[in-house]
Design a protein around this ligand. Structure first.
Ligand code: OOB
Length: 533
């Protein structure tokens, strides 16, 4: 495989679980040796003609989805895509997304999950970091694909999702190892270069089965995919995979707005969906609510960013359904409030871990555990939390402790019941309504402007999104904010990463130690903004 990895080459592209941990998770029955390919075959055998996935064009049964995935896998083999190869998947919320992803699993290739909002800057980074050989798109992003192919030599195939089931079939399909990496998920990130998250069949399917059980899924569950399907939350918490595990029905929404979602909930009798806090607010505020029968909806999951208690308390009275808070991360750990938790815990906490073997440490800056109930940084290790990012040896040394705990960068406190309350953040990231933005990544793009001498990107509080971005810049000549935004857009940055506010300043506040640390600057500027409100 190594001769296919152009840059940056490192001897161990991912960090496997240590043997003694892997053995323990197997003994506990958490890791079963089942691959995603086996998983879908088992579901097709159990639920054959039941509807598995629906979008505005198709309505596939479990049998049809299974057959399509196998056919698409054969196309990948026919194209010469080998086990272990990476393929960036960049699709909107369509049924074909599910078929393509399972097709890749069966071909032993690794999907790299891009979000629909990503543009050239992000896609080219995912392709080059992963050394992707293929890029799967819906036909609308052809122009982008041409740019990506020109920029990243490893990308040999641009594939239109809808054509995949028609290409010449190769064979046979390979044997796939459940302890191997199944796909690469995106990290919200806090560094200049995006980080990719290697998840194995074994670890991810454990989280899927447990999530389905915790959320009480049954064959009667109808799950609406309102968030981008490739994100970890709608993918597996319990999401698309949890619902397929239970034999329920997945309904793809082309957009999360009330005008699209409410008619779908009514027509498909949706019972469960997951949203980020701003969407929950938008749904609650929508006058269209009265015009649709939303009575089938039993549970609204909210996660991805902090859902404040005042808003959380409105869900049941205004939407007539239960609230479930979800605090998760693509790196692994997922917390849920449970249906039998007391109301104040459901409203006031972000849930407790999936597994009794999720290890939680809450520490101060010196890595020493704080007293019970005190706020500190959350560190975690467990049966479905990664031990390292993909090809990121240096970053892994700071993002993980020596004994393998992942430093989440989230500030939490633990209630006596074991539920976590998210109190803030210790990472250089902006959480813009659930969409994560690494400050350093935007700063690097700003610094590429010839007139920008220095840049610091910080979060500003926002009632609706929770946070928005503000870019502070020191320039060598005047640059208007719209021109700077246009510059970033032209660099192919996703729209959600374009700063909401740009402030030109003469100098950055002093850091005290004389040395300029952008991290300290960001903190100082964020403090100034907070006090100015
Ligand atoms: C989910 O995953 P990511 O990878 O996009 O982002 C993870 C980060 C967490 O470290 C935390 O900073 C924040 O998003 N977060 C929350 C939260 N849920 C996620 N912060 C406060 N309250 C919450 N409920 O966002 C994700 C993955 C799986 C399930 C749900 C969300």
């Amino acid at each position: 495989m190594s001769d296919r990895l152009p840059f940056p080459w490192v001897p161990f592209p991912w960090v496997p679980f240590p043997d003694e941990f892997a053995a323990r998770y197997r003994e506990l029955g958490y890791w079963t040796g089942e691959t995603f390919g086996d998983f879908l075959a088992a579901k097709a055998a159990a639920f054959g003609e039941r509807v598995a996935v629906v979008d505005s064009e198709v309505r596939w049964s479990y049998r049809e989805l299974d057959e399509r995935a196998t056919r698409i896998a054969a196309s990948f083999v026919g194209l010469g895509i080998a086990p272990g190869d990476r393929v960036v998947v960049h699709l909107p919320n369509v049924a074909e997304f599910v078929a393509v992803v399972f097709g890749l699993f069966r071909a032993g290739a690794l999907p790299v999950f891009a979000l629909p909002s990503h543009r050239f800057a992000e896609i080219s980074a995912f392709c080059s970091i992963s050394g992707a050989v293929g890029y799967v798109i819906a036909d609308s992003s052809r122009a982008l694909a041409d740019e990506v192919v020109a920029a990243v030599p490893s990308v040999r195939h641009v594939l239109i999702a809808a054509d995949l089931a028609e290409l010449p079939a190769g064979g046979p399909l390979p044997e796939v190892d459940a302890s191997a990496v199944a796909f690469l998920q995106l990290s919200g990130g806090s560094t200049g270069v995006p980080k990719l998250i290697p998840r194995t069949h074994d670890d991810y399917l454990y989280s899927v089965r447990e999530s389905a059980a915790i959320c009480g899924l049954t064959p009667e569950t109808v799950y609406l995919v309102a968030l981008p399907a490739a994100h970890n939350f709608p993918m597996s918490s319990p999401g698309i995979l949890g619902v397929l595990h239970a034999g329920g029905r997945v309904v793809m929404a082309s957009a999360p707005s009330p005008d699209v979602v409410f008619p779908l909930i009514e027509r498909e009798r949706v019972t469960l969906t997951g949203v980020v806090p701003p969407l929950a607010l938008q749904w609650m505020a929508s006058p269209a609510r009265a015009a649709h029968d939303l009575s089938s909806l039993k549970v609204l999951q909210v996660g991805g960013a902090k859902f404040v208690p005042e808003a959380a308390a409105r869900v049941r009275p205004e939407l007539g359904c239960e609230l479930q808070q979800v605090f998760g991360m693509a790196e692994g750990l997922v917390n849920y409030t449970r249906s039998d938790d007391p109301e104040d815990v459901v409203i006031g906490s972000q849930g407790r871990p999936i597994s009794p073997h999720d290890e939680i440490r809450v520490v101060a800056e010196d890595d020493v555990e704080v007293a019970p109930g005190e706020v500190g940084e959350l560190l975690t290790r467990g049966p479905y939390t990664i031990r390292g990012y993909y090809r990121a040896v240096e970053h892994n040394a700071v993002a993980f402790t020596a004994d393998g705990f992942y430093r989440t960068g989230d500030l939490v406190r633990v209630l006596p019941s074991g539920h976590l309350v998210v109190e803030g953040r210790a990472k250089d990231q902006i959480n813009r309504g659930g969409e994560k933005i690494a400050a350093e990544e935007i700063e690097n793009h700003l610094l590429a402007h010839p007139a920008v001498h220095d840049a610091a990107v910080v979060a500003i509080p926002d009632e609706f999104l929770g946070e928005r971005t503000c870019a502070f810049v020191i320039t060598t000549e005047p640059v208007a904010a719209p021109a700077l935004r246009a510059f970033l857009r032209n660099r192919g940055l996703a729209a959600y990463k374009i700063p909401d506010r740009v402030e030109t300043v003469e100098a950055f506040p002093h850091t005290g130690v004389g040395k300029t640390s952008r991290r300290d600057l960001r903190r100082a500027l964020a403090d100034t903004l907070r006090k100015a409100r």
